[in-house]
Design a protein around this ligand. Sequence first.
Ligand SMILES: Cc1cc2nc3c(=O)[nH]c(=O)nc-3n(C[C@H](O)[C@H](O)[C@H](O)COP(=O)(O)OP(=O)(O)OC[C@H]3O[C@@H](n4cnc5c(N)ncnc54)[C@H](O)[C@@H]3O)c2cc1C
Length: 525
Amino acid sequence: MLDAIIIGGGHNGLACAFYLARAGLKVRIHEAREIVGGAAVTEEFAPGFRNSTASYTVSLLQPKVIADMALERRGYRVIERQLANFLPLSRAEGDCLRLGGGLAATQTEIARLSQKDAAALPEWYAMLERVAGVLRSLALKIPPNVEGGLAAMIDAARQARGLAKLPLGAQREALAMFTRSARELLDDWFESDAVKAAFGFDAVVGNYASPDTPGSAYVLLHHVFGEVNGKQGSWGHVVGGMGRITQLMAEAAREAGAEIVTGTPVEQVLVERERAVGVRLAGGEEVRARRVIANCGPLPLFERLIPGEHLPADFALAIDRFKAGSGSLRMNVALAGLPRFACLPEDGAHLTAGIIMAPSLDYMGRAYRDAREQGFSQRPVVEMLIPSLVDDSLAPEGKHVASLFCQHCDPELPETREQDAVEAVLETVEHFAPGFRQLVSHQQVHTPRALEAKFGLARGDIFHGRMSLDQLWAARPALGAGNYRMPLKDLWLCGAGTHPGGGVTGAPGHNCARAILRSRKWWRH
Ligand SMILES: Cc1cc2nc3c(=O)[nH]c(=O)nc-3n(C[C@H](O)[C@H](O)[C@H](O)COP(=O)(O)OP(=O)(O)OC[C@H]3O[C@@H](n4cnc5c(N)ncnc54)[C@H](O)[C@@H]3O)c2cc1C
């Protein structure tokens, strides 16, 4: 008899399988696709051109998970960005902003736009670091269960200590970051539109919202609690693409004793006497296990895989009200050469940065309103990365691949209008980098609908569910079920729809395994 079946071999499912197998449990992953990795995969999208299909840059992957799964020994290598971000602001020569390469360099660059903003920069980074430190301290902790009585209250108090220990001023900053809009936050710190855009971009990534939406400042914060090679807040490129992470994780999980079966979508969770007892695979085969762990999001799990009558009514209602849906459209393009930006036409480190085509918060707000009103933005927010500049395993010599990560596209945009949304993306890049379209030899497009069809992401939600205060920590996916244990016996959730949420972190998988191991009785694996 299996001790656990995991539905889905995304990076969290793989991490969870690894920890359980390492503790001696008999674990099997059933993954719907032919490859493991979920949204962290590298695939060939045109002959000779490979790239990360969805998720494309790393920072949040927890150092403990990297160490426990011995990923570095297995070949995990991250190249830090020389420059964090490059923002072409218009087509006029020199009208751009470069962030990164050290505090002094960034200050010099920002001083061209605003002396005041350059002076504010060290304290801004220090503030982000103070608040991100709280998130970091919570990432690998199991949130308390609000129904858990005295033990849960003690646990909650212990976890809140990190926040309570901060000076009052820093607590106020944290409160602002959890509740305010990105614009309100950034207006308090900076005066230059371009500087606000550079920092505000993270607030709309995967968040179908405007920078004016209350709570959008938190999404910004969620993007800075990671690190690359020990450098906090940095982002980098995994050699071989994001799929390299999950291939190595799968190797670690298998080595620990886990079994991984790809191409086996789970159609239903089997429930008997109010317990999850196994799964039925597409094709009809039934597999039984002592517990079922879902790596898919809460919505696909509770809306499709478990008949509603097995859930407590209050929980079914909470799930019914769970918010999910990103306005993200993800493209990969094969390029015959490097793009040239009108504002900075020569080659250079700026091409290795996250290139953000969204020069102001107003631009981002307009992109959101466009999508709400017309289904997609005429001038979308586009981040471009050209990983083949630092990783020659991705494209033939002299050629390149670029990731285009674009917001906003309505998750319900009719298929008949998708091509128009793609055109708007290509035209936006063309505007800043004239001649770009001529370089494109192949393209791969994932609208929110396609992300749902390929990866099972509800309404294309890149985080498995909105990252707002009402859906975080002990309330992710719902209050009373924030400790990975779902309100059906022997059913657990280990994906991004649990604390600490989306991104390639490994944390939900790690924490869920820990919660399961703690819950074990000595007579039952
Ligand atoms: C376009 C895009 C860009 C992103 N960019 C970044 C980025 O640059 N950096 C970053 O850190 N994060 C990024 N993210 C977010 C990050 O990739 C996700 O939050 C993360 O991959 C979630 O991991 P997971 O293991 O919880 O779930 P997933 O990666 O969603 O994996 C779930 C797995 O379950 C499988 N599954 C679902 N239903 C079933 C079923 N019924 N039967 C069997 N298997 C099933 C799926 O096939 C999938 O393999 C991005 C996501 C997207 C979509």
